[in-house]
Design a protein around this ligand. Structure first.
Ligand code: TXA
Ligand code: MG
Length: 335
C-alpha cells in the first residue's frame, strides 16, 4: 500500500479520508497535541487494525475523539456533574476525560474496561474530519508502540509508510505533548496521565484533584502508563539537578557516539547536542520534544543524556515523558 500525504486544508481531502473511515480503514490526522491514527470508534474490525498497525498491547485502551460536546452523551452511561465546567473551560482542547462507557462501544476500544476516554480536539482538521465522518473517531498517537509520538506529518510517514493509505497534513502540532488524561468517574477527579492541561489549570475548575504516581508500575490506573514510552532506540539517561550542574555533567560525557538533549540557554557547541528550547520556556520544550528525540534517534548514538525541566506546570509533563523514555536510567546529582 502506498501512503499518501494530503493537505488537510483541502475539503476534498477531508471528504476522502472520511470515506476511508466509513470503509473501516485507518487515516492519520493532526490534532493540536500529536498526530492521531484514526478509525471508526464504533466498528470493532476497524479498531483491530489500529492495534495491529501500531503493534499495540491489547490491554491498552484508546481515546475516542468527538467533534462536539453533544456527541459524548451516547458514548457514556452517565455524565458526571463536573463534566460541564471542565469542558466549558478546556474543550475543544488537550483534556481527555474518563467516564463510564455505554454499551455501543466495542470492547477492543476500551481494552475490556468499563470506562471510556473521550476528548474533543481543537485542531480544525481533526474537527472537520470527525464532522465529515459523522461518528466518533478512536485514535491513539500515530506511532508504533514505544516510539516518540509524531508531531509532524513526516514523522507519521517515517513510522507508518506503507501501512495506511493517507496522512492528513495539518502542519506541526502546536502543543507537542499528549493530552492530559483525567478520570472523572469518582468524586475526586484523578490525573492518570499528566499532559498539556496542567494540574494548576485543572484546579481553576476543580476543588480537588488527585494525581497518580508517575512511576512505571505494574498496575497503573491508566494502562498505557506502565509501558516504556516515547523512547529513542539508544538508551536515554535523564540527569536531574540545576541546569548548571547538569550541563557540566553532560559536557564531561559527550563523545563521538554519546549525544545530549539540552536547553538552548545551556547548550554546548558540539555536533551531538540537540536543543529543545530555553530552560524556562516549557511551551517551546513541549513542541520540540518529540522531534528532538527523533533527531537524536537518527544519529545512531550508543547513549543520549538529557537535561530535565523543573517539574512545575507543563515542565512536569515534559519531565514525565523524558523520565518514561529513560526508564530506570535516571541520575540525580542532588543525591
Ligand atoms: O493527545 C492525545 O491524547 C493523543 C491525540 C491523538 O489525541 N492521543 C494519545 O493516545 O496520546 P494514546 O493512545 O497514545 O494514549 C492514550 C492514553 C493511554 O495511556 C491509555 O492507557 C489511556 O489514554 N486510556 C485510554 N482509555 C482509558 C481508560 N478507559 N482508562 C484509563 N486510561 C485510559
Ligand atoms: Mg501514544
Amino acid at each position: 500500500m502506498e501512503t499518501i500525504i494530503l493537505d488537510a486544508n483541502n475539503s476534498d481531502n477531508i471528504t476522502l479520508c472520511a470515506s476511508i473511515l466509513r470503509d473501516a480503514g485507518l487515516v492519520a490526522f493532526p490534532t493540536e497535541t500529536v498526530y492521531g491514527l484514526g478509525a471508526d470508534a464504533l466498528e470493532e474490525n476497524a479498531i483491530a487494525k489500529i492495534f495491529s498497525v501500531k503493534g499495540r498491547q491489547e490491554d491498552n485502551p484508546l481515546i475516542v475523539h468527538v467533534a462536539s460536546i453533544d456527541d459524548v452523551k451516547p458514548l457514556v452511561k452517565n455524565i458526571p456533574e463536573i463534566f460541564e465546567p471542565l469542558v466549558k473551560q478546556y474543550w475543544p482542547g488537550p483534556l481527555t476525560l474518563i467516564m463510564e462507557k455505554s454499551s455501543i462501544i466495542p470492547n477492543n476500544v476500551t481494552a475490556g474496561l468499563d470506562t471510556i476516554a473521550i476528548r474533543m480536539p481543537e485542531h480544525p482538521a481533526a474537527l472537520a474530519l470527525i464532522s465529515a465522518f459523522g461518528r466518533p473517531v478512536a485514535a491513539p498517537s500515530a506511532n508504533p508502540s514505544g516510539m516518540p509520538s509524531p508531531t509532524r506529518a513526516l514523522h507519521v510517514l517515517h513510522d507508518l509508510d506503507g501501512k495506511i493509505p493517507y496522512i492528513l497534513d495539518g502542519g506541526d502540532c502546536r502543543v507537542g505533548v499528549e493530552s492530559t488524561v483525567l478520570d472523572i468517574t469518582n468524586k475526586i477527579p484523578k490525573i492518570l496521565r499528566p499532559g498539556s492541561v496542567t494540574y494548576d489549570e485543572l484546579r481553576y475548575v476543580l476543588v480537588d484533584v488527585d494525581i497518580i504516581g508517575t512511576e512505571v508500575v505494574d498496575k497503573p490506573s491508566s494502562p498505557g502508563m506502565k509501558y516504556r514510552h516515547y523512547a529513542p532506540k539508544a538508551p536515554l539517561i535523564a540527569v536531574i539537578g540545576s541546569p548548571d550542574e547538569t550541563a557540566e555533567y553532560i559536557a564531561s560525557r559527550l563523545g563521538d557516539d554519546v549525544a545530549a538533549l539540552m536547553f538552548d540557554d545551556y547548550s554546548l557547541s558540539h555536533s551531538n547536542v540537540v536543543s529543545y528550547g530555553d530552560s524556562e520556556d516549557f511551551l517551546t520544550q513541549a513542541s520540540c520534544l518529540f522531534d528532538a528525540l527523533r533527531k537524536l534517534d537518527n544519529m545512531g548514538m550508543s547513549a543520549i543524556y538529557t537535561q530535565l525541566p523543573q517539574e512545575i506546570g507543563l515542565g512536569a509533563t515534559i519531565a514525565n515523558r523524558l523520565k518514561k523514555a529513560a526508564g530506570n536510567n535516571i541520575i540525580n546529582l542532588k543525591d
